[in-house]
Design a protein around this ligand. Structure first.
Ligand SMILES: C[S@@+](CC[C@H](N)C(=O)[O-])C[C@H]1O[C@@H](n2cnc3c(N)ncnc32)[C@H](O)[C@@H]1O
Length: 216
């Protein structure tokens, strides 16, 4: 790959991204001729500048972690975009949307284009998928009987299941989980935002299982 494309976190200047490619365009098929010509303003790390979407997905596929995220979507979908964006940042294998198929993509900031997503009509269907894939099911909610996330080691091959604003995790998901973890709280609120909770739990998995030397 050309040295001109530095590997590092996205740098947000006054104009995010890079302008048209300077000099003879590279022949590498990962590069997109239109982006080389017009510049690349997408929300991608610099390592992927000018790459086609397909090339980026193929590369992330080599970096994905055996971590799955599921969010129940029987009512409000306000947090799913945030969950998808964070899952993309941590190269999660798949985000599972359980219940309603539709969700508001705005919070995902187009990261959903690079993230594997899978829909399940019901919690039972998600649990069936997890069993078939040999994934440990971990419910994340501050309910009776949960163990502090801060004091457990999350299993490597697992699906973390999150509930919704209001009702929280369904009794079905809760009953089927082999482990339920809660995030320690110290203030007055009963709970934190599901998108924030998902970010904290994903990062707990990353701290335990990811090879940090491979991070951008
Ligand atoms: C806003 S909470 C709703 C319900 C919450 N159980 C209650 O009693 O208010 C929505 C989801 O965020 C996640 N969540 C929020 N706070 C959490 C915490 N302290 N520990 C673990 N998960 C939490 C859970 O997945 C939960 O189902």
């Amino acid at each position: 790959m050309d040295d001109a494309i530095a590997v590092g976190p996205t740098e947000w200047g006054e104009t995010p991204g890079v302008g048209p490619w300077e000099g003879p365009p590279p022949a590498d098929p990962r590069y997109d001729p239109e982006l080389l010509r017009d510049g690349d303003r997408r929300n991608v790390v610099d390592a992927y500048r000018y790459w086609t979407r397909e090339a980026i997905i193929a590369d992330i596929d080599t970096r994905r972690h055996p971590l799955h995220i599921a969010i129940e979507n029987f009512g409000s979908d306000a947090n799913i975009g945030t969950v998808v964006r964070t899952a993309n940042a941590f190269a999660v294998d798949t985000v599972h949307i359980v219940g309603r198929r539709r969700w508001n993509r705005r919070g995902a900031m187009v990261t959903d284009r690079y993230q594997r997503l899978r829909h399940h009509d019901s919690t039972a269907a998600l649990l069936e998928f997890a069993a078939a894939q040999g994934l440990h099911v971990v419910a994340v909610d501050n309910v009776a009987g949960s163990q502090p996330l801060e004091q457990v080691t999350l299993p490597r091959e697992c699906v973390l299941v999150f509930g919704q604003e209001g009702p929280g995790i369904t009794p079905e998901a809760s009953a089927s989980a082999e482990l339920t973890v809660s995030i320690a709280q110290f203030g007055s609120t009963r709970s934190i935002n599901a998108g924030v909770a998902a970010g904290i739990a994903m990062h707990a998995w990353i701290r335990t299982h990811a090879d940090i030397s491979r991070a951008w």
